[in-house]
Design a protein around this ligand. Structure first.
Ligand SMILES: *Cc1c(COP(=O)(O)O)cnc(C)c1O
Ligand SMILES: [Zn+2]
Length: 462
């Protein structure tokens, strides 16, 4: 346990602190979210980001190989040798020249951070390394999450590899991509399918974990977000510590965007960066709570004193009107994001913006990402669709340096891909037509041909 780390309420009017080995999903005093905080001046933090390069030569130490714990100096809530790792965070930032023209930016300055390369195929592993390290610290025996798929895949994998805890996962009915569900089942997680959607499952898992004393690993767990900060550290590392102008990220439960904001707040506080990138958070139009609250209703962090009445009213109207999240980007099909307040803080600190993108926009962007040699699941493509929109609006300049986060692997949701490319009529109905996607300008249609040599040859040469 680190004596220089503690938990702290993010509400500046409360600011109560709690020991690092306590388990809370919210501040017991005021109900706001908690941060993991540090007495930085008592810790030995490197003076320059380039000092982290000394760890590159220590790859025989599992925690130094980890793309999360290589940055342990910036997330020091547990001793390094106690930090749980399964090899997460070996991810790549790549200059995506082929996709830049679609987005409308200078190809030299356009990058994709490919988090699909994580062991369970999504960025969630970064956070799970953090949550498991805390779970181990407090001696948890079981861990639970509600999930649109990737959190459960990650939790199930960490349980199966480390045997530290047993996994209990909650999913909504009919809402999970099979790539993700198959992982949870294969890794042996106890899987509970609730008659409801993600927002219902999220509410239930909080109740159940409280009643049964199960350790909760959804992103209300502040230790998840500590791990996810490392995505930004790796982006900086791969840009030789030179911050980009923009980070563009899909927004679901808003854990990722919140953790990015916290990373930049701390890097700035520690004097490790001068320039803070702006964060653009992209909602799907069918799950656009953040977009509406921030861009339509002008909700702002306001020093922690954000307009809670406005938020309450937004949600009570949502309940009254029976509005449910609906998007092909299942990983961001969330209408009640649990990290809303932390995300407002991140938007405030980074002069961030929020946009929504259509199903059409998401799938076209996804096809272009694939054609550019990357590949991702639909939610991840929202980042590129959003970047394209922000360039068209003139918010992102054509010569600015832009990093889009590809949050999950291409193979997580192959149905969406096959539907777009027109292989299967049933999938096309379900995934595209029923969602108002009428055009597939970037489809790579398979060719049907009789089992006849001349006809096959003709089909290929055509
Ligand atoms: C979880 C997830 C998201 C949403 O991230 P939040 O931190 O919940 O906003 C986006 N894309 C993928 C692939 C995910 O798994
Ligand atoms: Zn509080």
């Amino acid at each position: 346990m680190s004596e220089h780390a503690f938990q702290e309420c993010i509400n500046p009017q409360c600011a109560k602190t709690y020991a690092i080995d306590e388990i809370h999903h919210a501040c017991p005093s005021c109900g706001e979210l908690l941060d993991v905080s540090y007495d930085w001046d008592k810790l030995n933090v490197p003076k320059n980001l380039s000092d982290f390069e000394k760890y590159w030569s220590e790859r025989n130490v599992p925690q130094r190989l980890s793309g999360v714990w290589r940055f342990h100096d910036l997330t020091p809530f547990a001793p390094l040798d106690q930090c749980v790792t399964v090899g997460e965070g070996q991810t790549l930032l790549q200059n995506a020249q082929g996709i830049a023209p679609f987005v409308g930016v200078n190809p030299a300055n356009f990058y994709l951070q490919y988090e699909g390369l994580n062991p369970s195929g999504s960025f969630k592993d970064n956070g799970m390394a953090g949550a498991f390290t805390h779970g181990k610290l407090v001696g948890a025996k079981r861990a639970a999450c509600a999930s649109t798929g990737n959190t459960s895949a990650s939790l199930a994998m960490y349980c199966a590899v480390t045997k530290l805890m047993k996994a209990v996962i909650f999913i909504g009915s009919g809402k999970i991509a099979y790539g993700k569900l198959s992982q949870a089942l294969d890794y042996g997680a106890k899987t509970v399918q609730i008659d409801g959607d993600f927002d219902d499952a999220m509410a239930r898992v909080q109740e159940v974990s409280k009643r049964l004393g199960i350790y909760l690993v959804n992103s209300v767990n502040p230790f998840r977000l500590e791990g996810q900060k490392s995505i930004m550290f790796r982006v900086l590392e791969q840009l030789r510590w030179n911050p980009p102008d923009w980070i563009v990220v899909p927004g679901g439960n808003l854990g990722n965007s919140s953790s990015f904001g916290k990373a930049f707040i701390e890097l700035r506080q520690l004097g490790l960066i001068k320039k803070v990138p702006r964060i653009a958070i992209i909602n799907a139009a069918g799950a656009n709570t953040l977009y509406r609250l921030v861009e339509k209703d002008s909700l702002r962090w306001n020093g922690g004193n954000y307009d809670k009445t406005l938020v309450r009213k937004f949600y009570s109207d949502m309940t009254a009107e029976g509005r449910r999240a609906s998007t092909i980007a299942s990983a961001i099909e969330i209408n009640r994001p649990v990290n809303l307040s932390k995300c407002l803080r991140a938007l405030d600190f980074t002069r961030g913006v929020v946009r929504e993108v259509s199903e059409q926009g998401i799938l076209d962007a996804k096809a272009q990402i694939g054609a550019g040699g990357f590949g991702c699941e639909p939610a991840s493509a929202a980042s590129v669709a959003g970047a394209k929109r922000l360039v068209a609006e003139g918010v992102i300049g054509r010569d600015e340096r832009v990093v889009c986060i590809l949050t999950g692997h291409q193979l997580k949701d192959p149905n969406a891909t096959v539907a777009y490319h027109g292989m299967d009529a049933e999938l096309y109905e379900k995934y595209l037509k029923n969602r108002g996607v009428t055009e597939t300008p970037y489809a790579n249609r398979p060719i049907s041909v009789a089992n006849d040599l001349d006809k096959i040859v003709a089909a290929i040469e055509n």
